[in-house]
Design a protein. Structure first.
Length: 194
């Protein structure tokens, strides 16, 4: 858990640097939740962090935690075409799985998203993907896509000048220790059924 906190500090510092470099081209703000619609794959490390965040929320604000759990359970009930194992929540990793996932539940909001405030109820525990989406970020040598609302009017060169390497020493891969199984937020947060 301490190493995961180190990872989060590294990632958050990189994102802050990308935001600094991006200046007014970066329009991300509380209440803008376009990136919170449509499921996306998360690692088992992200899932564990989300579960810890939900447990912490349960201690601080039980009604709010119950709403998150309810939204997660409701989301799973709507996701009958889940491209993975409905018992474990693990996404398929076979030929064609990326295409099936891309066509899956496009309009489904993240269960951690408060529908009224349009903010994340588990912001401090959010997955790496949530932390790095928006600004110009490099991860493992690959430039990640930026939010279409950001960098309006910027050239490719200007965007590239804002890019920051998010995890230059590969700490996330080290912490995952070869565990490539991915899931989605709803499975990480849904109530466990006995």
């Amino acid at each position: 858990m301490a190493r995961d906190r180190d990872l989060i500090q590294i990632v958050d510092a990189a994102v802050a640097e990308a935001a600094r470099k991006s200046g007014s081209w970066l329009v991300c703000r509380p209440g803008c939740a376009e990136c919170c619609v449509g499921p996306f794959p998360i690692t088992q490390l992200d899932a564990a962090r989300l579960r810890r965040g939900l447990e912490d929320l349960e201690r601080r604000d039980p009604p709010r935690a119950a709403r998150v759990r309810r939204r997660a359970a409701d989301a799973l009930a709507r996701m009958r075409e889940f491209p993975g194992n409905m018992s474990t929540g693990i996404l398929d990793d076979d030929e064609g799985s990326e295409e099936r996932f891309a066509a899956f539940a496009d309009e489904e909001p993240c269960p951690a998203l408060d529908p009224e405030q349009q903010t994340c109820d588990l912001y401090e525990a959010r997955p790496i993907t949530c932390r790095i989406f928006g600004p110009a970020i490099h991860s493992g040598g690959d430039a990640l896509g930026v939010c279409e609302l950001n960098y309006v009017g910027a050239t490719d060169e200007q965007i590239a000048a804002c890019q920051v390497e998010v995890d230059p020493h590969g700490l996330e891969d080290e912490l995952l220790d070869g565990d490539v199984r991915q899931t989605i937020v709803a499975f990480a947060l849904a109530p466990i059924e006995d």
